[in-house]
Ligand binder design. Structure first.
Ligand code: S3P
Length: 177
């Protein structure tokens, strides 16, 4: 049976700390499931005509968080999506409730060193981990968010290729409830 035949249209949500591979893996997963891929940061950027970094700088983090809530509410009403969230979106329980209406949430996990490597290769500027010692900042933020992320199924990405993580996710989607 192919993945397409087997699948329900339940949304799959990938969350987790910044630069854990949510977008890369989300696109691969969407291809396998025959779902549409959406990224909450990109939806907000398209809507505002500004990058996340510009929104943080000009409108402030609170305004960005309000936009995330609006996006979560809208996406929660749809189906057949793989949704990559910004790493802070699931810190607000209101967003989690909205996304869970039609979706299963998986949390991608990586070490601070890996996150730093991936974030440095990425073109997106992440305002929350700029500054003199980004690895220290990553470790601090990860610690502060540990409890919030722990509510979701954890998927380790360190030492794994995006294809391997995608295969692992597919297994869990189809073999675990
Ligand atoms: C954030 C994560 C970013 C982006 C913003 C804030 C966070 O997205 O939404 O910079 O608070 O973790 P990524 O997780 O895709 O880097």
């Amino acid at each position: 049976m192919s993945f397409r035949e087997n699948t329900t249209r339940t949304n799959i949500i990938l969350t987790g700390f910044m630069a854990t591979g949510k977008t890369t893996i989300g696109k691969l997963l969407a291809g396998q499931l025959g779902y549409e891929f959406v990224d909450t940061d990109h939806l907000i950027e398209d809507h505002c005509g500004q990058t996340v970094a510009e929104i943080f700088q000009e409108k402030g983090e609170m305004a960005f968080r309000a936009m995330e809530t609006e996006v979560a509410r809208e996406l929660g009403e749809k189906e057949g999506l793989v949704i990559a969230t910004g790493g802070g979106l699931v810190l607000n329980p209101v967003n989690v409730t909205a996304l869970k209406i039609q979706g299963r949430i998986f949390c991608l996990v990586a070490t601070p060193g890996d996150i730093l490597k991936r974030a440095s290769r990425d073109t997106a500027v992440r305002p929350l981990i700029q500054g003199k010692n980004p690895e220290e900042r990553i470790t601090e933020l990860m610690q502060a968010r540990k409890e919030a992320y722990s509510h979701f199924t954890q998927v380790e990405t360190t030492g794994k290729t995006p294809d391997e993580v995608t295969a692992m996710l597919l297994f869990r989607i189809f073999h675990e409830t």
